[in-house]
Structure formats: structure tokens, C-alpha cells
Write a protein that binds this ligand. Sequence first.
Ligand code: SAM
Length: 241
Amino acid sequence: SDHRLNYPESPDMMNWPALYPAFVAPPVDIEADAAHNTNKSGDLLLKLTKQVEVADIGCGFGGLLVALGPRFPNTLFLGMEIRIKVADFVQDKIKALRTQNGEIGGYQNIACLRANAMKFLPNFFKKYQLSKIFFCFPDPHFKARKHKARIVSMTLNSEYAYVLRPGGIVYTITDVEDLHKWMVQHFDAHPSFEQVSEEEQDADECVQVMKVETEEGKKVERNEGDKFVACFRRLEDPPWT
Ligand code: SAM
């Protein structure tokens, strides 16, 4: 349960350099930094040269991260996965890819964290920090009494709106038509989002990658199943908020 899940008190308390060592900013003054910027575990909290901008929620085995990372080498991607063994697997895979790519420095911009994305998202990301959030083949929770476990809901959409910047995009894909309709309905009904047109969606490189590069997407492909895609733009907040 949750007490076993590590999560930072706030985004500033997160040990980001451990995840993206190649993006650590040179310390201004190591002694002063050590005196002021340590978390409870005593880690020195150096800063990164950039912030995480893309989250893959329920990243599973990390296919999307591995495919998108090299396409956007200057953007930091974070996969969040609740299953500890799966998160460990992805972390090991990224470590191996980084080693194989050695000097060339590939895959330094992708990382995976074990986390419950339904609970602590604002502990990881600041307001407006993200430019993209992916929900690829989220667990469908078919039964009506299980719908509250779905990763898209009005309450959770407000959290996604908080961490996503205006103009940012939520990407969704599923092979379950009922879940697709559910996601469209809940993002449509939320004042912070509008659905992206099909034309714009089809022209988006990330949509093409999302369709073919996730493990679940490949499985659906093999079974010749349907894939339902919907994207939503984070709108500007009204001036009175
Ligand atoms: N996105 C991957 C893909 O397309 O291949 C995996 C899809 S899999 C059906 C759904 C994943 O979401 C599982 O790996 C599951 O453990 C993860 N998951 C479910 N609830 C989660 C939560 N609250 N926080 C983080 N991950 C979660």
C-alpha cells in the first residue's frame, strides 16, 4: 500500500540528478549546496539543467520512453509505473541502453520511477511543468463498480491540468472502446481541456509512435485489435483563477 511508496514532499525535494545524471547542472558552491539542499535521505539536491517535461503514466515495460527518448534528445521523459518489478525492469533496461550507447550519450533523457500516479502527482511535478502526458492502454477496470479505479476521472483530470501547461497535450490510446468513450467524456467535460482535431492528431509524430511502440500497442497489433486514440489540449486558465 501507499506507505511503501516513496514520494517526495515536494518537487524540489526529489532527487532528479539520480535519474538524469547527464543533465546535472554544475554546482554553484558545493559546500553551500550541501548545507542547504539535502533531502531526508541526505542526498545532495543538485539541480538539473532542465525539468522533466513529459510523463508516461503507467509506462509498463517502457516501450514508449525508449522510442520517444532518442527522437527528442533534449527533452526529459519520466515513466511512472506502480508495479515494482516492472519499474525495476525498465530502470535496468535504461541503464543497459545508456551503457551500450556510452560516449554518444543516448537514452540519458529517459527514466522510470515506481510511483502511484493516481495519488502523488503534484508531489513530483510543479504547476505547469509538463508539456505532454501519455496514457497508453491504461487498465480498463471493466466493471461499473471498478470505474472509480480508472486513471481518468474528473478529480484526477484536475491534477493533470495542474501539472500540464496551457497548450500542453494529453495523449490517450486504448483498445477498449468503452474506456475510450469514458476518457473522451471526462476530458470533454473538464473546463481545462479541449479535444484535439483528428487532423492535428494524425499529424502528431507522438501519436504515430504511441500507436506502434508500446508493448500493449504491439500486442493489440498482433491480435489485429482496434486502437482508439484521443488527444486533449490544456486550455489557458480563465483570468480570475
Ligand atoms: N503503457 C504501457 C503500454 O502501453 O504498453 C502499459 C499498459 S498496462 C495495460 C497499464 C500499466 O499501468 C500497468 O503496467 C500498471 O501497472 C500501470 N498502472 C496502473 N495503475 C497505475 C498507477 N496508479 N500509477 C502508475 N502506474 C499504474
